[in-house]
Design a protein around this ligand. Structure first.
Ligand SMILES: C[S@@+](CC[C@H](N)C(=O)[O-])C[C@H]1O[C@@H](n2cnc3c(N)ncnc32)[C@H](O)[C@@H]1O
Length: 251
């Protein structure tokens, strides 16, 4: 069963990530999507911060894949504010490993989602994504060479004023093992310094190095493209997706 680790983080999400990876993605993603005009799939669309960017930058139809009910609810509310987005974005309420669209898309965008997949799940992920892409289609995701993570004390990772309340996110690394890091997060709301609400999330994140990703994607039929710092772009080799689709149809 799908365990939604994002449910308690939803009210904090836009506050924290507008302050984190999102501004950089807004700068780096648009040039990679130039020329895409028909269809884009976004894996892990979250509250729609990147969905909105994709819609601003391309005229394409968008499939926004998002398994978390809370995150998806904010996404749909964001779309509801704009009739043009509402008519162009289809929100798929499932995880990436279960996604299947009728016609292969021109591009797939996946921002800050890969860390949720362990090595075995990634193998399935690349296969599924290759099947959703047209031959020569583009896959873009963010990645940085992971700095060493060491278990440590709780640190405040963000603090935001919302009316009379302060929303705070605290985090600490509990454990590391190979590419896997176990994090503990606290989502707190304070009023005049007094804690009035607190939720804890313990989550496991996977941080493959670039060499490992290169090998996985090459094996799955992708070729590396020029990418900007922090964003990687791959193209599905011609023939790969179609061959996989046929195999699936036969099986
Ligand atoms: C850190 S958020 C990123 C959201 C958005 N891409 C952004 O950059 O603002 C990760 C998102 O991936 C979603 N997610 C988790 N597991 C997933 C899966 N198996 N398939 C697709 N999305 C998943 C989460 O629900 C969450 O909304």
């Amino acid at each position: 069963m799908y365990h939604d680790q994002y449910s308690v983080a939803v009210p904090f999400y836009d506050l924290w990530h507008e302050d984190g990876h999102v501004p950089e993605v807004r700068r780096l993603l648009p040039p990679l999507l130039s020329g895409i005009g028909r269809s884009i799939m976004e894996i892990g669309a979250g509250t729609g911060l990147i969905t909105e960017l994709i819609a601003w930058e391309t005229p394409a139809e968008i499939y926004a894949v998002e398994p978390s009910l809370g995150m998806r609810s904010v996404l749909v509310s964001r779309l509801a504010e704009r009739a043009d987005l509402l008519s162009r974005v289809t929100v798929l309420p499932c995880g990436a490993l279960d996604v299947e669209v009728d016609e292969p898309v021109e591009a797939i965008v996946m921002i800050s989602v890969l860390h949720g997949f362990d090595a075995a799940e990634r193998e399935r992920l690349w296969e599924v994504l290759a099947r959703q892409l047209e031959p020569g289609g583009l896959l873009v995701f963010n990645h940085r060479e992971p700095p060493p993570a060491v278990p440590g004390e709780l640190e405040r990772m963000g603090s935001y004023q919302v009316g009379r309340h302060t929303y705070e996110i605290w985090g600490q690394v509990l454990e590391t093992a190979g590419e896997t890091v176990t994090w503990r997060f606290l989502y707190q709301i304070r009023q005049r310094g007094v804690l009035i609400s607190e939720d804890e999330v313990v989550s496991v994140s996977h941080r493959p190095g670039r060499e490992r990703l290169d090998a996985e994607l090459d094996a799955a039929g992708f070729t590396a493209q020029r990418a900007s710092e922090g964003l990687l772009a791959w193209r599905l080799k011609r023939g790969s997706g179609t061959a996989r689709r046929r195999l699936m149809e036969i099986a």
